[in-house]
Design a binder for this molecule. Structure first.
Ligand code: ATP
Ligand code: MG
Length: 259
């Protein structure tokens, strides 16, 4: 199978460290370059859609895409990963796409179960079928190591392990790094919500790894998202956005030439 030329990322880390902001903003930046980008959001709580400026998207996009067979859940015939991503995802600014498993509602997660099972099938097929190789696929995973442990991002060849300098965040990051390595994925550490240079040094020292990118705390990010706006649209000149842009440049070096 030909290796993908597009990104295959899983964005992971402890709750609230900035995963969705980074995943969503990276997606917007790459889509603005004209790249084909999909964010795969398996979080039962709203996240990347808000960061991308698409508001709170609650649809279970894949509720009728799979069925339960005696051998487990299957996608309906004719529904491969590429077809589903192209036909079922929500389209945002610059053509960026969002495919989500489904969000919890007043009834909890039970109503979204078929969609979640179909979403799992899509992620596995994406990994095994080699489709959409030229697309950037960015997985915004829910907080903590559980989803990575259960391999919710089998397509990912690179894990962006996002952490603040807080001790619990670093403990989670360490676990995520072990899991990613067990999967044979490359690990890139992103220090997030950094207040000073010493925060970045603390992350590097504690994890004994270089920090691939350091994203400062930027109140404009929180304010934008609290107001339902994408930081990409309203805080582009701020320090956090500059660093996410630098992250995009490092992940896709040709981007620099083209933009
Ligand atoms: N660099 C930053 N500066 C300031 N605020 C930030 C920054 N990054 C994220 N935030 C804010 O922190 C909060 C959590 O961010 P985000 O939702 O991206 O984290 P998360 O890791 O995806 O959380 P969860 O685990 O709940 O999905 C949001 O209010 C967001 O606007
Ligand atoms: Mg999130």
């Amino acid at each position: 199978m030909k290796p993908a030329s597009g990104l295959r990322l899983a964005v992971v880390g402890k709750g609230g460290v900035g995963k969705s902001f980074i995943a969503g903003t990276l997606a917007r930046l790459l889509a603005a370059d004209g790249r084909k980008v999909v964010v795969l959001d398996s979080d039962p709580v709203a996240g990347a859609a808000v960061s991308m400026g698409m508001g709170v998207v609650t649809d279970s996009m894949l509720a009728d895409a799979a069925f339960e067979s005696p051998n487990g859940w299957r996608l309906h015939p004719g529904m491969g990963a590429a077809t589903i991503i192209k036909s079922r995802s929500a389209v945002g600014p610059d053509g960026v796409r969002l495919l989500q498993s489904g969000k919890a509602d007043v009834g909890g997660m039970s109503g979204t179960w078929p969609s979640i099972r179909a979403f799992g099938q899509v992620t596995r097929r994406l990994a095994s079928d080699g489709v959409l190789g030229d697309w950037d696929v960015i997985g915004d995973l829910p907080a903590g190591p559980r989803h990575a442990a259960f391999n919710w991002a089998p397509y990912a060849d690179t894990y962006l392990v996002v952490t603040t300098a807080g001790s619990m965040s670093l403990v989670t990051a360490r676990r995520m790094i072990r899991l990613a390595r067990q999967r044979g994925a490359e690990v890139l550490v992103v220090a997030s919500r950094v207040e000073s240079h010493s925060d970045t040094s603390a992350v590097a020292g504690w994890l004994d790894l270089p920090v691939f990118m350091s994203i400062p705390t930027d109140d404009a990010v929180r304010e934008a998202e609290a107001g339902g706006l994408a930081p990409f649209d309203v805080a582009m000149d701020g320090p956090a956005l500059q660093q996410v842009r630098a992250l995009a440049d490092r992940l896709v070096p040709s981007r620099k030439v083209n933009s």
